[in-house]
Design a protein around this ligand. Structure first.
Ligand SMILES: Nc1c(C(=O)O)ncn1[C@@H]1O[C@H](COP(=O)(O)O)[C@@H](O)[C@H]1O
Length: 163
């Protein structure tokens, strides 16, 4: 099994949010790895991970972090793979701190930033799948089916309102 997506997070405490990315990837049949790596607390391991990511066969990195969320940007600084940043909701500032830390990258080092929290984590997985689908027709089909199911459940919920 070739693992093409890595889910990384600054702390195990981020898993409640990041597991939604894992669930979404599983639903789409996309193999992934998951691990805690912190730019602040594990700087050498973080650099090593980012440095070797492409050679290991990874194609997309999803990085979740909260507060002074430097992890996605620092990984992006060290790899040319696409990095998707997930801002974790924080107790003190509701995740606005995480969002701004991730989204305000200087020109030249992009991080694709999604929304704060669970919806963002789910969308990070969908975005990773979309990127992979460019060269994977079976995955494209699964993404289309996902959209059709989503459409159907919206239509049904609207009909229930009318009843
Ligand atoms: N933002 C970062 C980084 C980093 O960016 O390297 N490392 C840990 N953290 C964040 O600190 C928060 C609190 O972590 P703890 O719960 O372990 O104290 C987490 O949301 C984590 O992502």
């Amino acid at each position: 099994m070739v693992v093409s997506v890595a889910i990384v997070m600054g702390s195990k405490s981020d898993w409640d949010t990041m597991k939604l990315a894992a669930e979404q990837l599983t639903e789409l049949g996309v193999p992934f790895s998951k691990q805690v790596i912190s730019a602040h607390r594990m700087p050498d391991e973080m650099m090593d991970f980012a440095d070797k990511a492409r050679d290991k066969g990874l194609k997309v990195i999803i990085a979740g972090a909260g507060g002074a969320a430097h992890l996605p940007g620092m990984i992006a600084a060290k790899t040319t793979l696409p990095v998707i940043g997930v801002p974790i909701k924080t107790r003190t500032l509701n995740g606005l701190d995480s969002l701004l830390s991730i989204v305000q990258m200087p020109a030249g080092v992009p991080v694709a930033t999604v929304a704060i929290g669970s919806a963002g984590a789910r969308n990070a997985a969908l975005l990773a799948a979309s990127i992979l689908s460019v060269t994977d027709t079976a995955l494209t089909q699964r993404l289309l089916e996902f959209r059709q199911t989503q459409h159907q459940s919206s239509v049904e919920s609207s009909e229930q309102l009318v009843e």
